[in-house]
Design a protein around this ligand. Structure first.
Ligand code: ADP
Ligand code: MG
Length: 167
């Protein structure tokens, strides 16, 4: 199957996989992995994405950043209780100054599917591919185990994840 077919199937499967137990399991695993980082890019979950926001409660002294999507994505620091505004794709975005990518040591990235070559499939707009094209920090993909290690041919520009956490 090509990327579009995999994406469509994966999204349909993912709709049935959402569970709070999975969210909690992933947050537990993540909390060990990110202990060494102080500045962490996360995401505000939409639809059936795994909700990792509780990671912020485990580390009240670390800095977390949420994406905003315009022509491209960028990240803004978010502290618990800060204003979040409704944005496109049914997500929510913080308000403030855009953070330089080089000050974020690690990104936690939602995935629709992941290939056997550990490359990420997203919603088909390539936002993360472009944003992270030259990024040298640590990239963690979050995925349901049913949608990890799928057999499809990724493109050279698809983000290669350093680590995958599956729930
Ligand atoms: P997704 O990663 O969201 O699943 P795709 O991998 O299909 O989506 O990418 C969507 C579009 O983004 C593609 O048409 C591709 O040409 C473009 N794209 C991806 N990476 C880059 C890049 N580094 N520079 C320019 N365009 C890119
Ligand atoms: Mg891609």
């Amino acid at each position: 199957m090509n990327k579009n077919e995999i994406r469509k199937n994966a999204l349909s499967i993912r709709g049935k996989l959402k569970s709070e137990a999975t969210d909690n399991k992933i947050v537990d695993e993540l909390s060990n992995i990110i202990s060494k980082f102080d500045n962490i890019g996360i995401y505000y979950p939409i639809g059936s994405e795994i909700n990792i926001l509780k990671i912020m409660d485990k580390y009240p002294n670390k800095r977390f950043y949420l994406p905003i999507t315009r022509e491209e994505i960028s990240f803004i620091e978010y502290k618990k209780g800060d204003t979040l505004i409704d944005a496109k794709f049914k997500t929510k975005e913080p308000v403030g100054d855009i953070t330089n990518i080089d000050s974020i040591e690690c990104f936690i990235i939602p995935c629709v599917a992941i290939s056997k070559t550990r490359q990420r499939l997203g919603y088909g707009k390539g936002y993360y591919d472009r944003y992270l094209a030259n990024y040298k920090g640590f990239k963690i993909g979050i995925i349901y185990k049913e949608l990890n290690n799928l057999d499809f041919k990724a493109d050279d520009y698809d983000v290669v994840l350093d680590l995958v956490i599956e729930g």
